[in-house]
Write a protein that binds this ligand. Sequence first.
Ligand SMILES: Cc1ncc(COP(=O)(O)O)c(C=O)c1O
Length: 393
Amino acid sequence: VAATAERTGVAPERVWRDLGQYGRTNGIIADLIARHLALDEDIHVDPSSIVVTVGAQEAMAILLTGLFEPGRDMLLVSDPTYIGITGLARILNVRVVPVPSGDSGLDPAVVERSIVDASRHGRVRAIYDIPDFNNPLGTSPSVATRLKLLDVCRRHDVLIIEDNPYGMFAYEHERRPTLKSIDADGNVIYIGSFAKTLFPGLRVGYLVADQEVGSNSAKSGETVAAALSRVKSLITVNTPPLVQAIVGGVLLETGGSLEPIVAPKRAVYKTHRDTLVAALASEFHDLRHEVTWSSPAGGFFLPMTLPFHFGPQELRRCALDYGVIVCPMRFFCLDAVRTNQIRLSFSYVDPDAIRRGVKGLAAFVRDRLAAGAGDSDRRSSATDPTEASLAVA
Ligand SMILES: Cc1ncc(COP(=O)(O)O)c(C=O)c1O
């Protein structure tokens, strides 16, 4: 409050009073978020193109409500993907088309084919993806792939909704640029969240929509963010000024960048990732042909492939009998693939618990294999008759 009073020349009592009132629909800290985006993400936008939201989740709700005609427009999503968006699309009656993700995330050629195919059935309005340290796959596509994805979407006039809660948690290489920061054509709508950089209970996120409303021939002069305020005003009226003040206070104290806050967390989470990878190598060393995983270069998640199906029943068994909870990848999938995959989360788990958890998981896998799980699953999932008979043999 003191910093705001000093910055704006408004008396501290008045600042306190305003924090208790209804506030501006699109938020009171857009200027501070714009500075954070410029310093930490190389995204340069005017504060008027930012809507401060109740978490990234509300940003998604505003976008699906404001940009899509229910039952008609289609949203392409990388598959598997964050269930926050697909669950929301279901309740808002937005048609969703899955685009299969590969080991490095979305493949622009596959995206293009999906857009062309889906366009026969209606308008493809946007594609949703998490390019940086994807949830659930942990992937992070190369710069060349990002540029190709931008090009495909520009040519087909499809917006990209880029969700980026994990970008600041890069453990290996230099950060790759966000799609928004290399978007030369104004085709990307960006979603940010303070859930991972600060803390999730805050419920503060934002969207950046600096596009102008209207077609190329009839521009309105209004930004999409300004137009979306009409949607937000009917969903949450405004993001609580008190929680915005907490984020604003942090950003004022750090000079605008979240790096001083994130750096120590990043170091801890990297240790957790390294502990997990080392424990997997040690506990599964004799099963390297049957059990595979990839070490993510950042973020919170590591995908692992088992030699048998892993669904809700296995989740329950593993938790009750072996003391470890892992998430079936199929929970995030729209198409029934990746039935043998699981997602391991390591960010908030201390190293001893990680080692104990991996031991428990290894015991579960060994017991299942000893009970013949791999063989029976291979047999039941095989569709090629030759393959099926070989599996039985
Ligand atoms: C892909 C993705 N988007 C957004 C969020 C955060 O959303 P919120 O800001 O609503 O907590 C998460 C958190 O799990 C996430 O994984």
